[in-house]
Design a protein around this ligand. Structure first.
Ligand code: SAM
Length: 229
């Protein structure tokens, strides 16, 4: 069974999302176990403080090293092989290849920040820093949830058809998925491409491949164009 641990101040954040659809089925079938460690429980002072003001001044508060590092140590004791990931805008970008890498591990631990982020010294206690993208979230929880969802659907036995994950965008050849259509055949004047109704599977496969390549090219050229401004 794959083990995921989440170090967070807001374990309730995950309850609803992971009790729906694919992750819920995976948890129920014992293909994955998700455990939460409340970082506040590792604070030893009377008020269970987890944050403090930054040295050098400036707005906001930072997550203090003592409770966070104690939570990381506890996570490593519970799952000695766990790979500890700090969610941070400064981390390496999350992508499908990274989800696959995690899905091939036995355990991951996701460390969620809040406030203005972590005391920098905490980064020495994690294995990796991971970013969901070049934007700032209010906390690491939405990022951790995306990672959990992407990893869980890659675990063996989670998806009904073995092909579903292989055919997803970014997976087999690192490119986007092709466009999909279902009934009705014509929707508000827009018809399903003829080739999909042809019954000729060779032609359909060629068309799908071309579409996937074209979409991926279009997106990468859009990215290049956008970055030239
Ligand atoms: N002051 C930080 C900065 O400007 O980089 C932002 C801190 S953010 C408000 C609080 C926490 O949310 C972070 O410690 C991190 O755990 C999480 N977070 C925010 N944006 C993220 C992103 N793009 N990827 C991963 N985690 C993110």
């Amino acid at each position: 069974m794959f083990h995921a641990q989440v170090l967070t101040l807001f374990p309730d954040f995950f309850t609803s999302a992971l009790s729906c659809s694919i992750p819920a089925r995976a948890i129920k079938s014992n293909l994955v176990e998700v455990e939460y460690l409340q970082i506040r429980d590792f604070s030893t002072d009377k008020h269970h403080t987890v944050d403090d003001a930054p040295y050098g001044g400036g707005p906001g508060m930072l997550m203090k090293p003592e409770p966070v590092v104690a939570a990381i140590r506890q996570a490593r004791t519970r799952q000695p092989d766990t790979h500890v990931v700090m969610l941070s805008p400064a981390g390496v970008p999350f992508a499908q290849a990274k989800a696959l890498e995690y899905a091939n591990m036995s355990s991951i631990t996701l460390l969620c920040g809040r406030y203005e982020g972590f005391d920098e010294r905490i980064s020495q206690y994690v294995d990796e820093q991971l970013s969901l993208g070049d934007y700032v979230l209010s906390g690491g929880e939405p990022a951790a949830l995306c990672v959990l969802d992407a990893v869980i659907r890659l675990l063996p036995g989670v998806l009904g058809s073995a092909d579903s994950a292989v055919l997803d965008s970014f997976t087999e050849e690192g490119i986007l998925d092709w466009p999909h259509y279902t009934r009705p055949e014509v929707f508000e004047g827009e018809a399903v491409p003829d080739v999909l109704l042809s019954g000729n599977h060779e032609k359909i496969n060629v068309w799908r491949k071309q579409q996937a390549i074209e979409r991926s090219r279009l997106r990468s050229s859009l990215i290049k164009k956008a970055s030239s401004f």
